[in-house]
Design a binder for this molecule. Structure first.
Ligand code: ATP
Length: 760
């Protein structure tokens, strides 16, 4: 057999750590030879399949360490190839022992989209490994996921909420789990995930390998998690250049009311025609508004936000990936991890509130050596965020502003649309928080009737300052009164410059004070802040939870608490009308799942394990009926311990379902979850009807609504808010089949809502 000679590498390639790229026609003999070097030769085929030639720096650092079995806390900038850096060692470990047919690798990610993408990576890189993998994320059928998990795939990719739910409902045993990977670990450790993560980790054997990966990893995270990780190795690359040098940044100063016009200008003129572009906005209302406006202006537009219907979410993301649309308007749900190879441009319509988020959002472009541009529209009230960002990046910036003439046609186009379309007007209303605006305006316009010097008058009538104030008032009172009169007459509006143009583009240069070199400093000078203070502060944003949880695995010592002295995490309790500690949340009976729907908190381990309550070692699993899983088992003739009672067509004689996707093989999906065009249109019409109805009944005494399913929960809650207005009553007619949201405690809470089954 003819064997093609591979060119000898000079080192620094995958070869240097035992990974050698093979051409497909390499003989078995050579594959066997290379297997001695570390990674299984089967993996080389997968690497070739993905088209990688050289390992990236993070892969070069992390793969050998992970192969040795070390726990890792790894940081490298966005798009640097972290996914392969944790997948390759995972595959290698699992391939070493193929006898154990159980779940041995668990990858947790913060978002569904990222989980989907990781599974795709697994299928590509592990194409020839025959390892079985499955996806467990919210918004998908529980029954399908029972089947997937029941067959004990080797690798599970999951989001924490749904995985914990299934873990408890199915009483899964993870005793064979060897590798736990937390992708975007810092996000997973932030508020909202930590409780679920903690509960999952408790069920995983302590003798495991734990790998933490993110583009923004605080150094302290390694210290904090030391009890959970066994002597973790900290790998932090790209500390100086947090953003790729191929990324071009452009900060544009705009007035808040000009943002839309500017966005249209960027998309129509600046960005290359049909170049895929990601537009980040603050809330889902803004997503809807921008989508509506962009579509009406001839842009092919997709949109994504967390509470969007899961199927719609998939369709929208797929449309953008496949190039059917060229603009994707998103909230921060797509800020992390998403890899769209052809993406060239990101627009920050709203400036992100933390520098870390800016890094993640902008990191969707200029990945893996490619070039890209990130535009940020900065309104005056967002300037402090920009300053924060530049302290974090540690380099000066320049911002520009567009001239008025350029924006004029786009502004017209938007205002015209606004007046013509009731749809757009209603969405604009929902994006505007009028109570907040009025409150802020009141605070801004508040003027005390007397100054502090005059206040002193009461105590010290002969104060010199008082005399001074008297003199001042005498001199200025007339002009102050005149100004007030003018203001009430409406002359106060800010007049644009006479030529109708904005000020010429101006530079905002922020010079970061770089600490002086040692020789320049005085001999005894001790800086009161470390040189990387702002950088670590940026990384640390929102990881305050680290100080709030009594961990068994991730335990903290008091020294760390004091060292960072972060405030304990608190949240606003609407009932109590005050801030409460996150600890108090644990007492609650219902929790919000990933889709924003309130579900029973019974899957919390505090409820299932009695050791905390009564000191027993055994859990109270059997006292709680796991109805859905039980039902599923009965349906598929599966016994209590997982054995097959009858050879039904769904289940193989070995108790494994056949529809499990093997890595690299196409899974057979039994159910088509796609809604038909008619169903989608029908639902839209219905939602529209409800929206119109809300508008119509606003302020009336009697309201009648029909609410059918959980998707309308948001709208229902809006109605309930209306109820709080004086002299208004809400009558909700509810079909018999409806489950959520007004059951149990909620029903009692909204006492003045009258419940009637549909048809009565
Ligand atoms: N060795 C390599 N050679 C060439 N391309 C690579 C290599 N490793 C990864 N890539 C490619 O780089 C891109 C980014 O990889 P990946 O998504 O793993 O980055 P990441 O560091 O996880 O980014 P993020 O922090 O945004 O999640 C992907 O398209 C991937 O296929």
């Amino acid at each position: 057999m003819k064997v093609k000679k591979t060119k000898k590498s000079k080192g620094g390639g995958f070869q240097s750590m035992g990974i050698i790229f093979f051409t497909f026609y390499l003989s078995d003999l050579i594959l066997k030879f290379y297997s001695y070097l570390g990674l299984d030769p089967v993996l080389m085929k997968g690497i070739l399949h993905r088209g990688y030639k050289l390992p990236t720096p993070i892969q070069r650092k992390c793969i050998p360490l992970a192969l040795q079995g070390c726990d890792l806390v790894a940081m490298a900038r966005t798009g640097s190839g972290k996914t392969a850096a944790f997948l390759l060692p995972l595959f290698n470990r699992l391939l070493q022992d193929t006898v154990v047919k159980d779940t041995r690798g668990l990858i947790l990610t913060p978002t569904r989209e990222l989980a989907h993408q990781t599974l795709k990576f697994i299928k590509d890189l592990g194409k020839y490994t025959k390892l079985r993998s499955c996806l467990v994320v919210g918004g998908e059928s529980m029954e399908d996921q029972f089947a997937l998990l029941h067959s004990r795939p080797e690798i599970i990719v999951a989001t924490p909420g749904r995985f914990l739910h299934l873990l408890i409902e199915m009483q899964l045993c993870l005793s064979k789990l060897e590798v736990l990977i937390l992708d975007e670990a810092d996000r997973l450790f932030e508020l909202g995930f930590q409780e679920q993560l903690n509960d999952i980790i408790k069920q995983i054997p302590i003798k495991r390998q734990t790998l933490l990966f993110s583009a923004t990893m605080p150094k302290a995270l390694a210290d904090f998690t030391q009890a959970g990780l066994k002597d973790p190795v900290l790998v932090r690359l790209d500390l100086e250049t947090k953003l790729s040098e191929n990324l071009q940044l452009s900060f544009i100063k705009v007035r808040s009311e000009d943002k839309l016009a500017h966005l249209l200008y960027l998309l129509s003129i600046k960005v290359k025609a049909d170049a895929p572009t990601l537009v980040f906005v603050a809330t889902r209302h803004h997503v809807e508004l921008l989508k509506e406006i962009l579509v009406r202006n001839g842009h092919c537009c997709s949109y994504l936000y967390g509470s969007l219907d899961p199927i719609e979410r998939k369709i929208q993301a797929a449309n953008f990936r496949e190039g059917k649309t060229n603009v994707l308007v998103v909230t921060d749900v797509a800020a992390r991890g998403i890899d769209i190879p052809l993406l060239e441009c990101v627009i920050h319509y709203h400036f992100p509130a933390t520098p870390k988020l800016f890094v993640h959002r902008s990191g969707r472009v200029a990945r893996a050596g490619r070039h890209g541009t990130a535009y940020a529209l900065v309104a005056p009230d967002e300037l402090p965020y920009m300053l924060d960002l530049h302290l974090y990046l540690g380099r000066p910036i320049a911002s520009t502003s567009a001239s008025e003439g350029i924006l004029e046609p786009f502004r017209e186009c938007y205002s015209d649309l606004h007046s013509r379309s009731t749809d757009v007007t209603s969405i604009v209303e929902s994006t505007e928080d009028t109570t907040r605006e009025t409150f802020l305006a009141q605070v801004k316009n508040f003027r005390p009737s007397q100054t502090i010097f005059e206040y002193k008058k009461i105590k010290h009538p002969s104060n010199e300052l008082l005399d001074l104030m008297k003199l001042k008032r005498k001199q200025h009172d007339a002009s102050i009164q005149r100004r007030k009169r003018e203001r009430t007459a409406g002359k106060d509006t800010v007049q644009p410059p006479s030529d109708g143009r904005e000020k010429p583009a101006c530079e905002l240069n922020i010079v970061i004070n770089v600490p002086k070199s040692k020789s320049e400093r005085s001999e005894f000078f001790i800086p009161y802040r470390p040189s990387n203070y702002y950088q670590e502060k940026g990384f640390f944003a929102h990881i305050a939870w680290l100080l709030a949880i009594p961990f068994t695995e991730f335990s903290l010592d008091c020294a760390h608490r004091n060292a960072f002295s972060l405030p304990s995490a608190k949240k606003w309790d609407r009932k109590k009308k005050k801030f409460v500690g996150v600890e108090e949340d644990k007492k609650k009976k219902r929790i919000k799942n990933e889709a924003g729907v309130w579900i029973s908190a019974s899957y919390n381990t505090h409820k299932y394990f009695c050791p905390r309550l009564c000191g027993f070692v055994f859990s109270l699993y059997f006292l709680y009926p796991h109805l859905r899983y039980k039902e599923w088992k009965e349906k598929h003739n599966i016994g209590h311990s997982g054995e097959v009672l009858d050879h039904s067509p769904h289940v193989s004689p070995h108790g494994r379902r056949n529809n499990l996707s093997r890595v690299g093989c196409k899974g057979v999906r039994a159910r088509n979850e796609l809604k038909t065009k008619e169903v989608i249109l029908k639902e839209r019409r219905r939602k529209e009807k409800i929206r119109n109805h809300i508008k119509k009944v606003r302020g009336k005494k009697l309201r009648i609504m029909h609410i059918r399913n959980q998707e309308e929960v948001g709208l229902t809650q809006k109605l309930v808010k209306l109820r709080q207005q004086p002299r208004s009553y809400l009558f909700v007619y509810f079909p018999c089949t409806a489950k959520e949201p007004f059951r149990g405690a909620n029903r009692k809470k909204y006492k003045d809502i009258h419940w009637r089954p549909a048809g009565n």
